[in-house]
Design a protein around this ligand. Sequence first.
Ligand SMILES: Cc1cc2nc3c(=O)[nH]c(=O)nc-3n(C[C@H](O)[C@H](O)[C@H](O)COP(=O)(O)OP(=O)(O)OC[C@H]3O[C@@H](n4cnc5c(N)ncnc54)[C@H](O)[C@@H]3O)c2cc1C
Length: 482
Amino acid sequence: MSSAGSHPIVMASNRKACVVGSGSNGLAAAIVLAQAGLQVDVFEAQPIPGGATRSMELTLPGFTHDFGSAVYALAASSPFLSKLPLKDHGLEWIHSPAPLAHPLDDGTAVVLERDVEAAAAELGSDGGAWRALTEPLVTHWHDLAPELLGPILKIPSHPWLLARFGINALLSAKAISRRFKNERTRALFAGLAAHSFLSLDEPLSSAFGILMAVPAHAVGWPIARQGSQSFTNALCGYLAKLGGKVATSSRVDSLDALSGYGLILCDITPQQLLAIGGRRLSETYKRQLRKFRYGPGVFKIDYALSAPIPWKAPECARAATIHLGGNFDEIAASEKAVRSGQHPGRPFILLVQPTLFDPSRAPAGKHTAWAYCHVPNKSTFDMLPRLEDQIERFAPGFREIVLARHVLSPSHLESMDANRVGGDISGGVIDLRQMLFRPTLKLYATSAPGLYLCSSSTPPGGGVHGMCGFHAAMRALADLKW
Ligand SMILES: Cc1cc2nc3c(=O)[nH]c(=O)nc-3n(C[C@H](O)[C@H](O)[C@H](O)COP(=O)(O)OP(=O)(O)OC[C@H]3O[C@@H](n4cnc5c(N)ncnc54)[C@H](O)[C@@H]3O)c2cc1C
């Protein structure tokens, strides 16, 4: 084994690689390695592949629910995933007429339209400010996405574009919201920025607002026909065509069991790498991994419904994704409470109502919905009453249409996907430090030659874009010498 600067040369004894974990990043990594001609085995602990991109009958027979991710703006934007022939393997995106609606207490909703012009018109006197914030980035999204969906510390291919994004992205959502005159636009931006899990007065919180808004216009916020599993199945189908294999119900408890592989890529988080790979890692690297910080968790409910959700604002029926939480100040208070370890009385809720646009997921005339709110990491608090009070606030009579509900607390989420540590859906906090050095200065590499991390605990972090897996596999291939 020898090393050359920051790129150690890995002398692989065979052309066999394996990936631990079959989430979107693990499968993306496996596909890159298989495309390079390696023989690839994927080991997955759960009975079905996909990690946080799976669907299952969580409530009643005939109702298909997305266990984790449901809306795929980042997958549709991904410079890697969007170029794979996933359509040939059964993936079909469905776009609701508008990506997002955000109901307010006056019985109306502010709707984020897909088209920038239409969005600007909807936002009235804030239309110009909205266009100024988003339009230049929407126009160049296909150049900007590769810059943002990877390690940030590199020589950019499009420096002016990145600078244009960075000037606003480094600010807090609160600072950006001052550009809007209307409470409605500020509420809309608060909901988008709250995807960050940061307090809305923290630097970088606006980055997430912009990163959610720009793809809404550029590629839309699609859902996958028949549920998220069809997305994972398409990745597995393409991997199989390349000769890769996925072994389910195959938890890896120690990397020692994988000694036959020249390369090992781990779609797991630092805590798990310490547990299964400890003996292989240097003491310095292990110390660095132990400093990695996980973020807040989520409390999620899946619903089987007898009818569509009875929104007060009829516009809500045009969007698959709904943000519930009222105005900017209320959403900011909710996120600040979670960031400081508390449970908000009126939580900000992300809700998806897929069956309005994809009836294949429920028996005829019936519906599903998925809703979650942020809670402190490892929370055991029952948020169900507060979460449903928020839905009732904007859709009176909601509880009466519930046929069945399935609750996923943070610990329940983690029991079904070990990467959801304490209920964290992003693979670790994404603040400035953990965005730059994720999970350490080495990014995808570890202290052990031939061993890499490829989960959302590496750049660019959470979301279904596969780019953690793509970059990790490219790094592994670059280090490789047969
Ligand atoms: C409730 C929820 C809603 C979300 N909504 C969205 C959304 O709408 N859009 C979006 O883009 N993102 C969303 N996300 C985030 C997104 O799903 C994740 O960021 C993404 O799935 C991370 O992919 P991954 O491959 O890094 O990890 P995962 O998808 O978590 O996959 C990791 C896999 O590794 C397996 N594994 C772990 N340890 C071992 C082991 N020792 N041996 C074998 N296998 C192991 C796990 O079982 C799992 O299958 C959501 C997440 C959740 C939980």
